[in-house]
Design a protein around this ligand. Structure first.
Ligand code: GLY
Ligand code: MN
Ligand code: MN
Length: 452
């Protein structure tokens, strides 16, 4: 018998109820409709492992597919209504137990719960007195059709009764802001995701040696993820040896490690729905060559400079700017760029070698939602926000040849890719590097290679 309390992923039901109360308040005279994530197929009738929708999970803790949450800020009764799969002994024998409407209402303390097959007959009525519907367009055709029906019904009788939904707004307008500020139970889940991710890295580092396959490092890492209680990877694991490290989303993981290669490992465990996201770069043979070390030290200095920026009141742009300055100065020291540092920064000369941003939000999603710019201004960090810091330098062979400055075809940095990524919690007076248990220092990380 499946343990249904696992649906809460260790978070008290009250936390979800409080979140719903906040959303109901913000909805005012509007409503919100959140369908479950679809069941996805990898091929023909083989299903991919089910991943509940982050927003629906955030507001309910409910993790079964084929469900729907309706929040009605305008209503006196039935303010939170859940649609779930009905009990069905045959279906449950094939694909596991279902909570069913009665138990779902009780356990998730919603005002009403109905079988999902009553969605079509009930949803337009539930929305008929909302002024706005917060619903994500283009994702769920059937639910979208019902939202459109509610809008059409409101338009046709609106002139007589003067009510009903007139506009559709993205749920992210309310939810993204809430999700940006993590509560204690979310921070606990993130700490656990980070702990498991670090265990995975230890296992992969111990298994690293020239001649091993990138896929074997992935296997060791992901085995540790599962062993330590993760659902699995939060995103496709990247194990890029040699020049593969320069392909930012390299996920084939199909090459053998060469004796002189660096290995870039970017991975994260998903624990209780929350994601870790770490990158480390290390020498396959346990020793950095001088050019590899030179590049590594620049990236590590940029990481330190960015992390030092992080505290309440600063912006992600401030951390990015700090990283870019150190990377630009480093590229000059490496002989890759030349000129005035301010002029190079101003024309973004680093972009050939550092084409991505330094940070993103982290949480239920690896790239967690939340505007980086609000009303034309960079958002200031607040305690409880969690972000990555992940500067890198990538000397794609072609970029060295086409690049500026010392662009020799046999450039010593050609084919080197380094990224170092930490996860950082903004605290009341600064920052906590959640991933600090895994070294970033060149000698310390190299010493972990091959289990030494
Ligand atoms: N692995 C995805 C990222 O670092 O953003
Ligand atoms: Mn990241
Ligand atoms: Mn990453």
């Amino acid at each position: 018998m499946q343990d249904q309390s696992a649906n809460f992923k260790g978070i008290p039901a009250e936390v979800f109820r409080n979140r719903r109360e906040r959303v109901l308040e913000e909805l005012g005279d509007g409503a919100m409709v959140l369908p479950a994530a679809p069941i996805l197929y990898r091929s023909r009738d083989s299903q991919l492992p089910y991943r509940p929708d982050s927003e629906l999970f955030y507001l309910t803790g409910f993790s079964e597919p084929e469900s729907l949450l309706v929040l009605r800020g305008f209503a006196e009764e039935e303010r939170a209504v859940l649609f779930v799969r009905p009990r069905d002994s045959t279906a449950e024998q094939w694909s596991g137990s279902r909570l069913g409407p009665d138990r779902a209402r009780e356990r998730f303390s919603v005002d009403a719960a109905h079988p999902i097959d009553e969605m079509g007959s009930r949803l337009p009525g539930l929305l008929s007195h909302a002024r706005r519907v917060h619903f994500r367009l283009g994702r769920h055709r059937q639910v979208e059709g019902l939202v459109v029906q509610a809008l059409e019904e409101a338009r046709s009788r609106g002139s007589r009764k003067g009510r009903g939904p007139r506009s559709v707004v993205d749920p992210g307008e309310i939810l993204d802001e809430l999700r940006l500020r993590k509560g204690p139970e979310e921070i606990a889940a993130l700490r656990e995701a980070v702990r498991v991710t670090v265990e995975g890295f230890r296992a992969a580092l111990a298994a690293t040696a020239p001649g091993r396959g990138e896929w074997q490092l992935q296997a060791e890492l992901e085995a540790a993820f599962r062993r330590e209680g993760a659902q699995g990877p939060a995103f496709a694991t990247i194990v890029g040896s040699g020049a593969n490290a320069c392909t930012l989303h390299y996920v084939a993981n199909s090459h053998e490690l060469g004796p002189d290669d660096l290995v870039l490992l970017d991975a994260g465990a998903e624990v209780r729905m929350y994601a870790g996201d770490i990158t480390r770069t290390f020498p396959a043979g346990g020793t950095f060559s001088p050019p590899q070390r030179a590049v590594y030290e620049v990236v590590e200095a940029a990481r330190i400079a960015a992390v030092e920026q992080i505290r309440p009141g600063v912006t992600i742009q401030d951390a990015h700017d700090a990283a870019v300055r150190v990377l630009t100065e480093g590229l000059m020291e490496l002989g890759v760029l030349s000129g005035s540092v301010d002029e190079l920064i101003q024309r973004k000369a680093h972009r050939t070698y550092f084409p991505h941003r330094t940070s993103h939000w982290l949480g239920l999603d690896t790239h967690d939602p939340g505007d980086y710019i609000r009303d034309g201004e960079h958002r200031r960090l607040e305690p409880g926000m969690v972000l990555t810091v992940e500067p890198g330098l990538y000397f794609v062979p072609a970029s060295v040849e086409d690049g500026e400055g010392a662009a020799e075809p046999d450039h010593p940095y050609e084919g080197i890719g380094v990224r170092i990524e930490d996860d950082v919690l903004v605290t009341s007076d600064g920052a906590e590097v959640l991933t600090r248990a895994l070294p970033t220092d060149a000698d310390e990380i190299a010493a972990m290679v091959g289990g030494r």
